[in-house]
Write a new protein. Sequence first.
Length: 385
Amino acid sequence: MSKVYNNQSNITMGFSNFLLNSSPFIRKSQLNFIPSVMFGMISSQSCSSYDIAKFLKLESKCAQFDSIVKRINRLWHNKLFDGKLLFNNVISSILDSYKIKHNDNRIHITFDHMFSHDNYAILMFSMRIGTQGIPIYFDCFSNGKQNDEAFKIDTIINGISQVHELFKNKDFDLIFLADRWFSSTRLFDYIDSLGHTYCVRIKGNIDVFKDGTKTKAKKLKHRKYHAVVHNDVFITNNKFKTNIVYSNSLDTSTPWIIATNNHIDSAIKNYSYRFGSVECLFKNQKSNGFRLGKISNMNIHSFTNMYSVLCICLTYLTLVGADFSKNSRCYKHIRITTHKKYLINGKKIKKRIMSLFRTGLTLFLLAINSSIYVRLPMTFILYDI
């Protein structure tokens, strides 16, 4: 009889060891069950309790399928389970061992809102890894777009403050990226006061004061297909001093008008990382990964607990994908096409066609109960890609 590698018991044991090390105060009952839920969530590619339970039925101590579903739901509803605290401990542990390799020490942090139906709004802060991102801080709100608390400047500032604390004792250059809906001078001023860089797209109808003349941002001097830098201009009636980079590119339907306090020459490149680092993350949580849209009737405490575990699973799979990319020699016998070569202007260019998340998910599904050994790291090591 051939040996089977990476069964549910092996994988959940790996999850348990990491959770215990990163969150030593986790309750024993939670430590015994959350790793199994993580296994079921990844295996089913769903955050629905019913879907998760399908992959836990055979090895669970519960005899009945319905009992497993109820146990998962009790975990989400448990007032003694703080999923967000667990996630924060996991991320802190991952970042504590992160070593940056690129010389400029820049870390791109994107913040944006995501909505699940009309029931939930999520303020997400993600950290760019390669061309996509992992969640590092979030806040969940009920009633979706109708909940004003999700959009208050104080809420966003609190998120920025939490991210600042994560990197407080690390010599990294944090660059905060955001779209037009976050073009608040109060946010700019707060990020600047922390010693970080903001690179935020602003609306074209914002008032701009340059050389004593008032105009609109969209009417600033610009060139077609070239970026134009405007140093030390004032925006809004508060006359907040900043720099504006105006780019009218072939790749954008509307011009990019970006406010930044630093790294002016690379403002366009920095801002271009925003889409992949947060929009792809949202997609991985929904249609491309865990089908978050199936959840519509949880109270906000239960939703936050479930969403926390989902974010841990998503982060883990992205780290596995990064491991596959970084330690390719360990996967020589695994054929996963993550890149393709294209002939562009007479040169062969290698481009990624499978994200780190999808790579990690593909590898995980191949590894489960495999008769061939497949490396499935449980160390949660974040590599600089």
